[in-house]
Write a protein that binds this ligand. Structure first.
Ligand code: HEM
Length: 234
């Protein structure tokens, strides 16, 4: 999920009409594209299949709920990073077909976030709403994780082409929330692991996020300075 193209309108994509740099559908893929999309679609089930397999064979460890919560949380972050990597990779390689995967990847991020949240609500809190609200209010890592999840919902809901067309420019603005979600996800991970004095992975994912968001900031600054430098038409 991140601002996409109409052809790929996933959470966080740009509506077709606003698609920059000629990412015309004809240019963005060939006969292999449906097969590649099918392969990515199937591969993205691996994290869930692994949990199911481990569960069926008694390999979820001493604390299965913790295993599932952590596994789904980490895979949410992985899919967020992959989704955010689509635009920089596309621009750097000129391989426009990449955009055709963004919506699916963003929706998988939402899917694993929903599983992660459901595990927490169901097996950790047993639907104790008061306990959850207390957690959200008192534990900063839960607060930011919850905020990230809530922000993901409108992106998933408006990820269809029809919604992109309907919302127009507002769709693009809305899907910029993916950047805030990326930051909140890192904060969530960082705070959680800081309590355990184990910041290796949060630092790694934090660095990846800095590169993915920093690239956009630099691209935006460059585009802005070019626009300012170009002579205005009378
Ligand atoms: C976009 C949303 C979210 C992302 C990307 C995310 C990501 C993560 C990550 C990466 C971990 C650590 C996994 C590990 O230890 O390797 C984690 C753990 C956890 N998350 Fe999230 N999370 C999100 C939303 C939420 C929400 C909404 C809640 C609950 C309200 C939540 C509750 C937890 C809990 C309870 C843990 C495990 C803490 C522990 O084992 O001590 N997360 N999450």
């Amino acid at each position: 999920m991140e601002p996409t193209t109409p052809t790929t309108t996933r959470p966080g994509t740009r509506p077709a009409a606003a698609t920059p740099r000629g990412a015309a559908p004809s240019a963005a893929g060939g006969r292999w594209l449906p097969w590649a999309k099918a392969a990515v679609f199937v591969a993205a089930w691996y994290p869930l299949a692994r949990i199911v397999l481990f569960g069926a064979t008694g390999q979820l460890g001493a604390n299965p709920i913790e295993f599932i919560t952590r596994s789904t949380g980490l895979w949410t972050l992985v899919f967020l990073c992959i989704t955010l990597a689509v635009t920089p990779l596309r621009r750097l390689t000129g391989w426009n077909a990449l955009i055709r995967f963004r919506r699916m990847l963003g929706l998988y991020a939402f899917f694993y976030a929903a599983l992660h949240f459901t595990t927490y609500v169901w097996f950790d809190k047993w639907f104790d709403v008061a306990g959850m609200l207390k957690d959200i209010g008192k534990r900063p890592f839960i607060t930011v994780g919850f905020a990230a999840f809530v922000l993901l919902i409108p992106l998933a809901v408006t990820s269809t082409r029809a919604m992109a067309r309907r919302l127009g420019r507002r769709w693009q603005m809305l899907h910029r929330a993916i950047y805030a979600i990326g930051v909140l996800a890192i904060l969530h991970f960082w705070w959680m692991k800081a309590g355990k004095h184990d910041l290796v992975l949060p630092k790694l994912y934090g660095a990846i996020m800095v590169v993915l968001l920093g690239w956009r900031l630099v691209a935006w600054l460059v585009a802005r300075s070019r626009a300012n430098a170009s002579p205005r038409r009378a």
